[in-house]
Ligand binder design. Structure first.
Ligand SMILES: Cc1cc2nc3c(=O)[nH]c(=O)nc-3n(C[C@H](O)[C@H](O)[C@H](O)COP(=O)(O)OP(=O)(O)OC[C@H]3O[C@@H](n4cnc5c(N)ncnc54)[C@H](O)[C@@H]3O)c2cc1C
Length: 380
């Protein structure tokens, strides 16, 4: 985030988050990568530090910060610390808006304080084995009985899928209605009939838990419905702009962090008696990357301010997600190349960023779907 967009309180928060990463995350992340999941205690420590659901009202433990710059600071510091195992952005940027906008007062009392302290870890389950991009094709159903829904179906690729103890499940409550038939149910992980598959083995994001979830005749009380029955699709569409911007924030921060590392590497590493940065090719590559990262940064910061003002359109959020994640993957690849063989070693940040970055073009709506949205915005 460009410093001029940050005020005194943001800078203080940024410093505190940076310290937290140094103290509580960086020394342990390698172990978490081997474990395939972070220690859940780090969620509680982050909660105690005020890094979770900062926008929730103070009466529910939050700080009432209605300013996405705070969310962006958390995500950026995670990227800069190469701590991709932390699923905080999912809770802060993607799940929290559903809670703020659609929770009843009773649901706020029940779940918000735990989400702030890190005792409650959330997940959002849309994707199914048979469908991802085409959300209207989901097969999970929630059939309404007298005082509960009966939930049946399975979900896959769910972030926080192993640690999550409150899952927001998208299900069809009216299978005959393509878009009006969706609802979102909050499912506590101890409900009978809920189970998890294995922690999925991925090429990157090694410390982040991603899992399949199964729902077999799970009885979900009616008071666990989020907002109105049948309004799920509308809620999803409404919140996707923030989700996409959240991914772009991670994208630009990762590119910046890799570039910083690479500039230093190019100064330190010698070949043919000169620093490798002094070769024209290296200098030009660095110049191109610096330019593109700066353009991305300017655009993302502008989108953050538009989101704060309630002005960020779906199309613009899609542009940010698409363009910034393409830029991220390109920059990370070029940074790796400038590291030579060391870039291929996982102890180097660029190597980890290389495998971590790839998914950015896929989740949160693939970049092809982003282009569809941008194209539709032009009347096609
Ligand atoms: C690490 C990880 C974490 C994830 N976390 C979550 C999560 O927390 N919750 C969740 O619900 N999901 C999650 N996902 C799922 C993710 O959002 C989906 O993988 C993604 O939306 C794509 O869906 P799909 O995998 O079914 O691919 P498909 O939809 O089958 O797409 C396959 C290919 O076809 C292309 N395609 C599809 N439709 C079109 C079209 N109309 N025009 C042009 N091209 C098209 C796609 O762009 C893609 O290239 C996660 C995925 C990963 C890998």
């Amino acid at each position: 985030m460009q410093e001029q967009y940050l005020e005194e309180e943001h800078l203080m928060f940024q410093e505190a988050v940076r310290d937290f990463m140094k103290r509580e995350v960086i020394p342990f992340h390698e172990q978490w990568e081997k474990d395939g999941v972070v220690d859940p205690e780090v969620w509680k420590k982050a909660g105690a530090q005020g890094m979770l659901c900062m926008d929730f009202p103070e009466e529910y433990g939050g700080m009432g910060f209605k300013d996405f710059r705070f969310n962006a600071i958390v995500s950026e510091q995670i990227s800069k610390a190469a701590a991709s195992g932390l699923g905080f952005p999912l809770q802060n940027d993607i799940v929290a808006p559903y809670c703020s906008s659609y929770f009843t007062d009773e649901q706020k009392r029940r779940w918000m304080p735990g989400m702030v302290t890190g005792d409650i870890i959330t997940a959002i389950a849309m994707t199914e084995p048979g469908t991802g991009s085409d959300l209207a094709g989901i097969q999970t159903t929630a059939v309404k009985k007298k005082d509960h829904y009966v939930l049946n179906g399975s979900k896959t690729f769910i972030t926080n899928g192993i640690l999550g103890n409150l899952v927001f499940v998208v299900a069809k409550t009216n299978p005959d209605d393509n878009y009006g038939g969706f609802s979102i149910l909050a499912v506590e992980a101890d409900r009978k009939g809920f189970s998890r598959g294995k922690n999925l083995d991925k090429i990157g994001l090694k410390a982040q838990d991603t899992a399949e979830l199964f729902f077999e005749d799970v009885e979900v009380p009616l008071d666990c419905l989020i907002g109105q029955e049948g309004a799920g699709f509308y809620y999803l569409m409404h919140n996707l702009a923030q989700e996409r911007l959240s991914i772009a924030v991670i994208g630009v921060a990762t590119a910046e962090a890799c570039l910083e590392e690479t500039i230093q590497y190019c100064k330190d590493r010698k070949a043919f008696g000169r620093s490798i940065g002094s070769f024209q090719n290296s200098r030009f590559k660095l110049a191109e990357m610096k330019t593109e990262v700066t353009i991305a940064r300017t655009f993302v910061d502008q989108c953050v301010m538009e989101l704060n003002a309630g002005m960020l359109s779906q199309e613009k959020a899609s542009m940010a997600k698409y363009w910034v994640t393409e830029m991220q993957c390109k920059v990370v690849d070029q940074c790796l190349q400038l590291h030579g063989g060391y870039g291929y070693m996982t102890e180097y940040m660029v190597a980890k960023a290389y495998t971590d970055s790839r998914v950015q073009k896929i989740y949160g709506g693939t970049n092809e779907i982003m282009k569809e949205i941008i194209g539709r915005g032009m009347g096609f």
